[in-house]
Write a protein that binds this ligand. Structure first.
Ligand code: XMP
Length: 519
């Protein structure tokens, strides 16, 4: 299919915040893609045909031999280019300026930029108070700007904080306009895309139409199977694909015995009864819990669940007969991660449960209609598709389910206690109107029993931990600052209403050093 929308290319040099550039642009209804600099060849540029280019920040030093560079042809495309931090420095170096590192010129954190006399369209709406707060994070600095560039803003440690060559529409800033610590940064992106002539027509309604056309074109009259987890991503993918190809899609939902209270019923009602989709409900609780019996090592548990899921899915998918495609709710951050500058994290903290390897094993091709979307965009698409609001706003739930919220041995009674406590905790959060402020909240049941006193009697029951975090993407997280009243009330309810728990704690660990889940 030809590209309907104008596209902006972000060339990634490995900054931690490159994804935020894409977020700011998507908020302006501009379609953009992030590509690591190594992949941006002349052929790629010709095919992608960007209407504008942004060069991201990055950890390298332009001065170092072999440091990353964009292809020089990018500067001959005759489109507006914005260089940010490392992107600014690389632009200067390539176009004939000079970059140095030296004592006293590094800047990390908040800084204030003041304007020069002449106005720049990129800075419309800036400097209304004569200065703008920006976020700096650089060791090197530009010591000489490239021919054709003029200075439009300076900070105490960055005499070339904002420069531009207006004849070529090249702009270069030393700071990061994409982060929240540059409060007026979004305006800068807005001005940039306006100058580049973007229409801002990349809406969810348009995305839905285009995605449906793409799915039809890719799948033809073949059959597709989709593993539903009950999470937002696979659900939105399923509804979208169903809208595109109707009953050529069959969903497989595996109950592994590790779901939350009422979850299986909710998923079945929604998909089989409301959406009327061909639906296979695989009740495999005995199998999963049997294999997990006696296992307490977190990685072993994850591996058992991952392998069983694949076996079970494969078995039930065979019932569909002749499926050629597997649908997955892969999101854009997963795509970026797998082709990222660094090639993803080098240390395995946890083996994530997914259906990796399955398509090859089953000879299936992938349908991934969400691979261009961020999580909040998937939610927006879900709303557009008419999925219930309460369902769309649900907190993420991990593939291995309650297994990783039950440190130590997993037993059926412990899972039952956990389900009840978790339901009360979430009910409390909803009642206090906090659900949408929190990225994820759940209870973990601890592998320890403690002594308590209830009425006149002694109790010897399990302790549990409440967890609630705020986060943007799950990569880092802060614990949620509940009031003491909320925590007290919730603990009382759990202890009174859930037989088997006599002590409640609140987990106040951030990530890092903790992780969100307990295993
Ligand atoms: P951690 O515990 O690594 O979790 O800080 C980060 C986010 O990822 C979720 N998570 C998973 N999601 N399969 C998933 O689909 C998994 O194996 C898995 N492990 C963790 C976790 O719930 C949190 O949102």
């Amino acid at each position: 299919m030809t590209n309907i929308h104008d596209r902006l290319l972000i060339i990634d040099f490995g900054s931690q915040v490159t994804q935020l550039i894409a977020r700011r642009l998507r908020e302006l209804n501009v379609y953009c893609e992030i590509h690591p600099y190594q992949n941006v060849t002349d052929a790629f540029l010709a095919e992608f045909a960007p209407k504008a280019v942004i060069l991201s920040g990055g950890p390298a030093s332009v001065i170092d031999e072999g440091s990353p560079r964009p292809p020089s042809t990018v500067f001959d495309l005759n489109v507006p280019i914005l260089g940010i931090c490392y992107g600014q420095q690389v632009m200067m170096e390539v176009l004939g300026g000079k970059v140095e590192s030296g004592h006293g010129t590094a800047e990390f954190g908040r800084a204030f930029v003041t304007p020069e006399a002449e106005k720049l369209a990129l800075l419309d709406g800036w400097f209304e108070d004569d200065k703008e707060q920006v976020w700096m994070s650089h060791g090197d600095h530009v010591s000489k700007i490239a021919p054709g560039f003029e200075v439009y803003g300076t900070s105490p440690n960055a005499p070339f904080a904002i420069t531009a060559d207006t004849s070529r529409n090249f702009f270069a800033v030393q700071f990061h306009p994409e982060v929240h610590h540059t409060p007026n940064g979004a305006k800068l992106y807005e001005n940039f895309v306006k100058m580049a002539g973007f229409k801002g027509d990349w809406t969810m309604g348009a995305y839905r139409e285009e995605a449906i056309a793409k799915i039809r074109e890719q799948v033809g009259d073949a059959k597709v199977i989709c593993g539903l987890s009950g999470g937002v991503d696979s659900s939105v993918a399923a509804v979208l694909i169903h809208e595109a190809i109707g009953d050529q899609l069959t969903c497989v939902f595996v109950n592994n015995g590790l779901l939350r209270k009422g979850e299986a019923e909710e998923v079945i009602t929604m998909f089989r009864d409301n959406y009327n989709m061909p639906f296979i409900y695989a009740d495999e609780r005995e199998l999963f819990l049997g294999e997990l019996d006696g296992q307490s090592d977190p990685e072993t548990k994850r591996k058992i669940i991952g392998k069983l899921f694949i076996d079970v899915f494969q078995k039930h998918a065979a019932e569909v007969g002749g499926a050629k495609f597997l649908a997955q709710g892969t999101l854009y951050p997963d795509v970026i991660e797998s082709v990222s500058f660094s090639g993803g994290p080098s240390v395995t903290i946890k083996s994530h449960h997914n259906v990796g390897g399955l398509p090859e094993k089953m000879g299936l091709k992938l349908v991934e209609p969400l691979r261009e979307l961020f999580k909040d965009e998937v939610r927006e698409l879900g709303r557009e598709l008419g999925l219930p609001t309460g369902f769309i706003g649900r907190h993420p739930f991990p593939g291995p389910g309650l297994a990783i919220r039950c440190p130590g041995e997993i037993t059926r009674p412990k899972l039952e206690i956990l389900r009840e406590a978790d339901a009360i905790y979430i009910d409390q959060i909803r009642k206090h109107g906090l659900y949408d402020e929190i990225w994820q909240a759940f209870v973990a049941i601890l592998p320890v029993k403690t002594v308590g006193v209830m009425g006149d009697g002694r109790t010897y029951d399990f302790a549990c931990a409440l967890r609630a975090v705020t986060s943007v993407d799950g990569m880092t997280a802060d614990y949620y600052p509940f009031s003491h009243e909320f925590l007290g009330e919730t603990a009382t309810r759990i202890i009174n209403e859930v037989p088997g728990i006599n002590r409640v704690t609140y987990d106040i660990t951030s990530k890092p050093p903790g992780t969100i889940e307990w295993e």
